[in-house]
Design a binder for this molecule. Structure first.
Ligand code: SAM
Length: 296
């Protein structure tokens, strides 16, 4: 029987104690339903729902945003065979990963930087949220993943997105943005499962170092008074709260609290940085961490 990697279990026990660790571990074992986001650049929610009904695919709406649908029973393969999918009218995306753009809430007149963008779930979500009007720079270091990002942008009709294939730590110091999303590379500790577990101590330590560098860089490119989101699919404070504590004071930035009653249906874990959101792995949600930050 599959077991949580030993080093991860030690970190979870130290941070959350035995009861919450047991809840997290049962979340790791949950088989979550497929979920999708309707791409409003190409189709309305009503049209997408009608097409799903026409294909006999049962679904329900999620409370997190009107575009998020939870598919009952059907597997991702049958969704991928739909015209809705091939035409870019829907994007298969976990509910948790829709939260960072919802918190960032870009406007059409914002210049937005997505610092770790591929395969583009959140870039295309931000493009759709702004009716395709915001100017978005999407940065991705990995060349193969950047090709996937370009393909997804094209298929979803997300114009006004410039892709930079580079290390976002090395972006030119002269660039400033109104909104920044740093969906940082991480150990994936919130998304481990018997089918997918890349967690290692080495990856965890490497991720922590990179996250600090990326967050410092992000804040150096954010205009004063403007906001960014730092997110990871890790539930470990070493990749989340500790990173914020290391970087925010010197960068003159502060946490903007995500209201307790926002996303009320989401199961939360306690966090050590007030106002941040840590999602507990569960039947509907992957583990995720989201912090809303303002540069003073
Ligand atoms: N935001 C993406 C989405 O919603 O589809 C997922 C991003 S994934 C968590 C992190 C991405 O960051 C990976 O594609 C990885 O290749 C990229 N990455 C890692 N280090 C980077 C760096 N220094 N600069 C830019 N991208 C980086």
């Amino acid at each position: 029987m599959w077991q949580t990697p030993e080093f991860l279990k030690e970190l979870l026990l130290a941070q959350y104690g035995p009861e919450l660790t047991a809840a997290i571990e049962s979340g790791f074992l949950c088989r979550r339903p497929s979920t999708l986001r309707v791409n409003t650049l190409k189709c309305t929610v009503t049209e997408a729902e009608a097409a799903l009904r026409g294909a006999n695919i049962a679904f329900e709406r999620s409370g997190i945003c009107p575009e998020a649908l939870i598919i009952k029973e059907a597997r991702e393969d049958s969704l991928r065979s739909l015209e809705l999918y091939s035409e870019g009218k829907i994007y298969l995306q976990s509910l948790s990963s829709m939260i960072p753009p919802l918190v960032l809430c870009p406007s059409p007149d914002d210049s937005v930087l997505d610092m770790a963008a591929a395969p583009g779930g959140k870039t295309t979500q931000m493009a759709a949220m702004t009716g395709g009007r915001a100017s978005i720079t999407a940065c991705e270091k990995n060349k193969v993943r950047a090709e996937r990002l370009k393909y997804n942008l094209q298929r979803q009709g997300a114009g006004r997105v410039s892709v930079l294939v580079c290390d976002s730590r090395k972006l030119d110091g002269g660039f400033y943005f109104d909104k920044i999303l740093l969906d940082a590379p991480c150990s994936g500790s919130g998304t481990v499962s018997p089918d997918r577990c890349e967690f290692t101590e080495e990856l965890y330590e490497r991720s922590r170092r990179l996250q600090v560098e990326l967050l410092k860089k992000a804040l150096s490119m954010l205009r004063p008074g403007k906001r960014m989101v730092y997110s990871t699919c890790s539930i470990l404070k070493g990749e989340n709260e500790d990173v914020l504590k290391k970087v925010l004071p010197a960068a003159k930035a502060r946490i903007i609290p995500i209201p307790e009653d926002a996303f009320a249906e989401i199961p939360r874990l306690p966090t050590q940085a007030e106002g941040t959101l840590c999602i507990c792995p569960s039947g509907l949600y992957e583990g995720f961490f989201v912090a809303h930050i303002e540069k003073i």
